[in-house]
Design a protein around this ligand. Structure first.
Ligand SMILES: CCCCCCC[C@@H](O)CC(=O)SCCNC(=O)CCNC(=O)[C@H](O)C(C)(C)COP(=O)(O)OP(=O)(O)OC[C@H]1O[C@@H](n2cnc3c(N)ncnc32)[C@H](O)[C@@H]1OP(=O)(O)O
Length: 278
């Protein structure tokens, strides 16, 4: 059954969500911030990894986009802007909407946007933009969607950071709320065409965000304004991730790859503000 194009532009009812210090510590462990990053993984002077913003701004309950086999859905793109640093425990009110359904031939690309505000003041806290790719749902004769002019700079990266993931990474990450069996159940993963469960896209994204935070933002979440990228190939738990980073003032480009060179996040952009004056 085709996807419901009537879902485009329909705003979801506001959804309030709160999180605790334990949620943000668990998230930190889920994206690999452990004993060397205890400011994120323990309560001592705790701060929050900027990429937690994507989870904080998720709003379930939007309009359904149609019937399809959930095993065929993968996370395709993710971006966010952080309007202020997130506290270890907090609350936001989020509205979201589908912004487009594009025909990519082999699948449909469904894009969405969420705005999370401070429920007390109404001030924006997080803007989040994401896309999912539903394999097998393309070919309906629709628009292919906007083009992006991202290209790899012609110089060597200014930074290269490699982080491991562990075989248990997806089992820890899922406890932050994405219980999609694609990441835990070998039978479901086989239905999706994978010989074992794959890592959550947002886990790869969080590992990449740590690399950016430490390499170009002086490990200071307050300097981390935005990040976006496209998931180009699946990652299996246990694989290492190398983030190549090019810095041009506040504008940062990046790309994440596995040990065999396969690029898993492409078209990466981040916005990092200057170090505050002492
Ligand atoms: C907040 C929201 C939360 C959402 C959570 C979702 C639930 C989660 O639990 C699910 C996950 O985490 S899944 C894990 C992470 N994602 C992945 O591993 C997907 C990796 N990517 C792929 O496999 C392929 O790129 C694939 C399959 C995406 C596309 O591969 P192909 O079918 O071979 O397509 P290809 O021939 O390369 O390109 C066809 C057209 O599609 C565009 N395109 C490709 N990958 C894209 C992507 N990732 N995002 C956007 N567009 C993409 C191509 O550009 C091309 O279009 P055009 O010709 O117009 O340029």
């Amino acid at each position: 059954m085709p996807l419901d194009h009537g879902s485009i532009g329909v705003e979801s009812p506001p959804h309030e969500r709160s999180w605790t210090a334990k949620d943000t510590m668990l998230y930190a462990l889920g994206v690999g911030a452990g004993v060397r990053e205890t400011v994120f993984s323990t309560e001592k002077d705790q701060r929050v990894l900027p990429t937690f913003a994507v989870l904080a701004a998720q709003a379930p309950g939007g309009r359904r986009i149609g019937d399809f086999d959930p095993a065929m859905l993968v996370h395709a793109e993710q971006g966010f802007e952080l309007h202020r640093e997130l506290p270890p425990a907090g609350r936001v009110r989020t509205t979201s909407k589908v912004t487009g359904i594009y025909d990519k031939g082999s699948g449909a690309l469904v894009t969405s946007e969420s705005l999370a505000v401070d429920p007390g003041t109404g001030e924006p806290v997080i803007t989040s933009r994401s896309a999912v790719f539903i394999r097998g749902e393309g070919g309906f004769g629709g628009d292919r969607g906007p083009r992006d002019d991202w290209s790899v700079p012609e110089r060597a990266p200014d930074h290269k950071v490699t982080y491991p993931t562990t075989p248990d990474q997806a089992l820890i990450y899922r406890l932050s709320g994405d219980y999609n069996p694609l990441h835990s159940d070998p039978e479901f993963a086989a239905r999706a065409g994978f010989d074992r469960p794959i890592l959550h896209g947002l886990c790869t994204y969080g590992v990449t965000g740590r690399a950016l935070l430490h390499a170009v933002a002086g490990s200071d979440p307050a300097r981390f304004g935005a990040m976006s990228g496209r998931f180009t190939s699946p990652v299996f738990p246990g694989e290492s991730l190398t983030v190549s980073i090019w810095v041009d003032g506040p504008a940062v480009l990046f790309r994440t790859a596995k040990d065999d060179g396969t690029v898993v996040i492409d078209r990466g952009r981040a916005a990092i503000s200057a170090r505050p004056a002492p």
